[in-house]
Design a protein around this ligand. Structure first.
Ligand code: HEC
Ligand code: HEC
Length: 362
């Protein structure tokens, strides 16, 4: 037990692992699809005084939202050897702030998490109450087209830009060798990705052990060092989405409702913003480059007691492999955590390793 706690403490100092580890804490209690009651943070963790009723599986996301909102690391509030300890003053201030934030929302917004830490802090320890006298001007939204493009036009242009539906249909399997580059660029972890029609798997070799996830055609799974990790419904959907979108022609069935909103700018390039929702009601924002037609950004989000936890994926450096384009630099961002996938090798239509899609034996 002591050894396990020590390990979780080590893992918790790495924010990405914080998410995995807090998920693992919920393993026995939250098997998706069954009616087991939600385990609360108050029940699961040692020293919870205000987040008592929050589902325990939100803790990792909420901590990362707080850290990102203040522009601080976990260690600003915590002794990272002992997260339950109250020895750091900001942790105690944070409790009062959480309570204040809940009260603001209760009194003014029917309890909806409209105001969160970032509303005031905006990435800073100290919120600024007076307006900035030297504001940097925000880039203006580009002129909007007279004739709005239809979703069909945007999607058709995207599929054509990738090589066209006929070419895309010739790809049955894919192997990708990549590196996961952590923020800062120094820590690099090898990744292996497999696709086979509607199956998918990704394994990442961290110094602490291998983390793998996949969809075997029936079930979504995730495992850390061979041990299964419980997944929230939104995580299951995200993993399954990877396999569904292996054939980008599936985009219109994955998202059963898509609406063009307006032309926006990303890195100086004009993009069509399309809002999309899935059959289960998950909402995402998709951004297609006006000029190239390619999908350049996807933003999904999941709800927490402190507002939306956004998950952003930027697709860059599209290259041709057997006549089909795929992005070779993919930047991921969630609050407080960034990483990049650098694709090293792509092989289309190769025989798939036996067992590439199966969860580790329980
Ligand atoms: C702004 C301050 C702040 C930051 C930054 C912060 N936390 Fe917390 N954390 C808290 C507070 C406050 C609590 C206790 C909440 C309560 O009492 O309801 C807590 C509780 C926890 C707990 C539960 C400990 C227990 O057993 O009682 C864990 C684990 C944790 N945080 C991890 C993290 C991690 C990992 C990060 C960085 C990603 C982080 N925290 C960032 C303020 C913070
Ligand atoms: C309505 C605005 C508002 C919201 C919402 C808000 N804060 Fe604050 N926060 C402040 C102000 C203002 C201060 C500075 C208070 C002071 O200097 O006495 C502050 C100070 C703090 C401090 C102390 C900083 C330091 O330098 O020690 C922490 C920690 C903190 N907030 C955490 C949070 C967290 C976590 C949340 C979300 C749960 C949050 N705040 C939400 C306005 C807000």
């Amino acid at each position: 037990m002591k050894k396990y706690l020590k390990l979780t403490a080590i893992l918790l100092t790495i924010p990405f692992f914080a998410l995995i580890v807090t998920n693992r804490w919920t393993v026995d209690a939250q098997t998706v699809g069954t009616q087991t009651p939600v385990v609360t943070a108050g029940e699961k963790f040692k020293n919870i005084k205000v987040l008592n009723d929050m589902p325990a599986d939100q803790l990792g996301r909420v901590m990362n939202i707080m850290a990102a909102s203040l522009g601080e690391k976990c260690s600003f509030c915590h002794n990272t050897e002992n997260f339950a300890s109250d020895e750091k003053r900001p942790k105690q201030t944070a409790r009062a702030m959480i309570k204040m934030t809940f009260d603001i929302n209760k009194v003014n917004f029917n309890g909806r998490p409209q105001v969160s830490c970032n509303t005031c802090h905006n990435g800073h320890e100290q919120p600024a109450s007076s307006p900035n006298l030297n504001p940097e001007s925000e880039p203006e939204r580009p002129a909007q087209p007279k004739d709005k493009p239809t979703v069909d036009q945007i999607v058709d242009k995207y599929l054509t830009a990738l090589g066209g539906t006929a070419k895309l249909a010739t790809v049955k399997t894919r192997y990708i060798k990549a590196n996961r580059v952590e923020a800062g660029g120094e820590v690099i972890e090898p990744e292996t990705i497999w696709f086979d029609n509607n199956k998918y798997s990704l394994s990442t070799v961290y110094s602490q052990g291998t983390v793998a996830e996949g969809f075997n055609g029936t079930d979504v799974w995730k495992a850390s060092a061979g041990k299964p990790i419980a997944l929230r419904p939104d995580e299951i959907e995200q993993i399954k989405r990877e396999s569904d979108l292996f054939d980008p022609a599936n985009i219109k069935t994955v998202y059963n409702k898509m609406d063009f909103r307006f032309v926006d700018l990303i890195d100086g390039h004009q993009v069509y913003l399309v809002t999309a929702s899935t059959a289960t009601g998950a909402r995402e924002r998709l951004y297609f480059d006006v000029q190239t037609g390619l999908l350049v950004r996807r933003v999904a989000s999941s709800q927490t007691v402190l507002g939306n936890f956004n998950y952003q994926v930027d697709y860059k450096d599209y290259k041709l492999f057997n006549g089909v384009k795929i992005p070779t630099t993919i930047e991921y961002a969630v609050p407080n955590i960034h990483w990049t996938r650098k694709v090293i090798q792509v092989k289309n239509n190769v025989p798939v390793d036996a067992g590439a899609f199966s969860a580790p034996a329980k």
